[in-house]
Write a protein that binds this ligand. Structure first.
Ligand code: SAM
Length: 439
C-alpha cells in the first residue's frame, strides 16, 4: 500500500488515545506497540486528557484489548486509554450559523463541525474566504477547534540558531551558500550555555537550528544532544535540514525527540523551482523516515512564494494530514536581500492567517506555531496567529551578537519572552505554568 493510502485509510479510524506517565514511557510504548503490529500515531493529547501540549498515542479502538495486554506484559507506565468520539458541534457553534455565509461555505464549515473529512476543493473554498462574515466564521471555528483540542495554553519553545553556514542554494533563503554574509558556528560550549539560559526560564523544549552544515558531523551533534539531555533533561527538536537515515536514527538514539524538516511546498514543480539542490521525492521520503524512527515530526510551508496558487496551499495542508505531521510551521514569504527572490513581494498576512486556520480545521490536534515570519510581517502578527488556530510560540534564544547574522529573510523579528508573553495576553490566552520568569 502506498504511504499516501496508508495514512488516508487508517488515520481517521484511530479513535482511541493512550497516555503514558512520561515521554520516556510514551516512546517505549510507541516502539513496543508498533513492533507488535499495532498501527499507531503520536499526536498532541486532546484537551481534557492530560495536561496541555503533552503527546499521546492514537490507535484503532478495535485493538484496545491487544494494547492493554501488550502494556501489561511490559514495564511501561501508562495513565489511561480514552476514546475519541466523533463530535457534532452544530449546536455549540450556533453563533457561526447566524453569520451571513454563502451556502457552500456554511455547508463546508458544518462538515468540520461534524468531524467529516474535507476534500481538496472544499479546502480551497475555505482558503478563498474574503467576505468579512466568512473570515469571522473561519477564524472562530479554527479557534474553537484549537481550544477544544489543546486548551488555552500557548506552548513556548526556544531556538538556538547555532550555525548560518549552508551548503544548499534554496532560492528564497538569506543563508543560501552563495550569499555574501558573515558566517558563524557556535561551539558545543556556547550552545550549552545558551541552553542553560533557556532552561532557567523554565522552557522545556530547545530547538537546535542551522543551515545545512556538514561541519557538524554526526558525532558532534550526538555529543551536543547527550550533554543537553544529561545536564537539563530537556526535549530537543533538531532542525538541521536533510541528513542520512542512519544519522536521524543515531540522533534519535542519543535523545533527540522532534525533527523539523519543512516541506515548504507540496507541489512538485514549485518545490523544484525553490530548491535547485533538493529533490521533492527525497524530502518526502525523509519525512517518512523521521516518522518511522519515532520522531515527533515537524513540517511547514511558506505562503506567498513566486508562482504559488491557492491549490498549492491546499496540497500543503493535505500533505500534513496524510503524513500525520505533528508540528506545522506556516509563515509568509519574506524577501531576503541578495537572493533570487529579493524583489518578490512579501506574502499576504490575511492569506497566511487563513492557511493557519484551515490547517487547524483539517489537522485538528497538532501544534501550530504563530511564527517568527508572521511577527516579522506585522507588529501584531504573533497575536493574530494565536487568534486563528496557533498554539505555540518559538522564541529566538541565539546569543545576541549572532542573531543579526541569522537573517533567513530581511527584517527578521527576534521574538523574545517579553514579546511572546504580551502577545499571549493580548490574544486572551494562557502562559504555560512551567515558565519561571518574566510573567
Ligand atoms: N536548514 C534547515 C532546513 O532547511 O530545514 C533549517 C533552517 S531553515 C534556514 C529554516 C526555515 O526558514 C526554512 O524551513 C524556511 O521555511 C524558512 N525560510 C527561509 N527563508 C525564508 C523566507 N525568505 N521567507 C520565509 N521563510 C523562510
Amino acid at each position: 500500500m502506498a504511504l499516501r493510502d496508508k495514512f488516508i485509510t487508517t488515520g481517521g479510524e484511530k479513535n482511541s488515545v493512550l497516555l503514558c506517565s512520561s515521554t520516556h514511557h510514551l516512546l517505549e510504548a510507541k516502539h513496543h506497540l508498533s513492533s507488535s503490529g499495532v498501527e499507531i500515531e503520536l499526536v498532541p493529547a486532546p484537551s481534557g486528557i492530560g495536561s496541555a501540549c503533552t503527546t499521546a498515542i492514537r490507535f484503532v479502538r478495535a485493538k484496545e484489548d491487544l494494547v492493554r495486554k501488550l502494556l501489561e506484559d511490559s514495564s511501561i507506565e501508562w495513565t489511561g486509554i480514552y476514546p475519541i468520539e466523533k463530535k457534532d458541534r452544530i449546536d455549540t457553534w450556533d453563533g457561526l450559523w447566524q453569520l451571513n455565509l454563502g451556502s457552500e461555505f456554511e455547508r463546508i464549515l458544518q462538515k468540520v463541525a461534524q468531524d467529516q473529512v474535507l476534500s481538496k476543493e472544499e479546502i480551497i473554498i475555505l482558503l478563498q474566504a474574503q467576505r468579512s462574515d466568512e473570515l469571522t466564521a473561519l477564524f472562530k471555528a479554527a479557534s474553537k477547534i484549537r481550544a477544544e483540542m489543546l486548551g488555552a495554553t500557548v506552548d513556548l519553545r526556544a531556538a538556538i540558531e547555532f550555525s548560518n553556514y549552508c551548503i544548499k542554494g534554496c532560492n528564497y533563503c538569506g543563508l543560501r551558500s552563495k550569499q555574501q554574509i558573515n558566517r558563524y558556528r557556535m561551539s558545543k560550549q556556547e550552545i550549552i550555555s545558551a541552553v542553560a539560559e533557556i532552561n532557567q526560564l523554565g522552557i522545556e523544549t530547545v530547538i537546535l537550528q542551522s543551515g545545512e552544515d556538514p561541519w557538524y558531523t554526526t558525532d558532534k551533534i550526538i555529543e551536543i544532544i547527550q550533554e543537553i539531555k544529561d545536564k537539563f533533561g530537556m526535549k530537543i527538536t533538531l532542525s538541521l535540514g536533510e541528513r542520512s537515515k542512519q544519522e536521524y536514527k543515531k540522533f534519535k538514539e542519543a535523545g533527540a525527540d522532534n525533527y523539523l524538516l519543512k516541506l515548504e511546498a507540496a507541489n512538485r514543480k514549485l518545490f523544484k523551482q525553490l530548491h535547485p539542490d533538493d529533490q521533492f521525492k527525497v524530502r518526502r521520503e525523509h519525512t517518512k523516515w523521521l516518522k518511522e524512527l519515532g520522531y515527533i515530526t515537524g513540517s511547514g510551508n511558506i505562503v506567498g512564494l513566486p508562482g504559488q496558487k491557492i491549490e498549492d496551499l491546499a496540497a500543503d495542508i493535505l500533505f500534513y494530514k496524510e503524513y500525520g505531521i505533528h508540528m506545522i510551521g506556516i509563515g509568509p514569504f519574506l524577501p531576503a536581500k541578495g537572493t533570487p527572490y529579493q524583489n518578490h513581494p512579501p506574502g499576504d498576512l490575511l492569506l497566511s492567517l487563513k492557511t493557519i486556520a484551515v490547517t487547524r480545521l483539517v489537522c485538528q490536534n497538532v501544534y501550530i506555531p504563530s511564527t517568527t515570519a508572521l511577527a516579522s510581517l506585522a507588529e501584531d502578527g504573533l497575536t493574530r496567529g494565536l487568534e486563528v488556530g496557533a498554539n505555540v510560540i518559538m522564541l529566538i534564544m541565539t546569543p545576541t551578537i549572532l542573531r543579526e547574522k541569522y537573517q533567513i529573510y530581511s527584517g527578521k523579528n527576534m521574538v523574545g519572552l517579553k514579546t511572546a508573553i504580551s502577545s499571549i495576553k493580548k490574544a486572551g490566552r494562557e502562559v504555560p505554568g512551567y515558565i519561571k520568569q518574566g510573567i
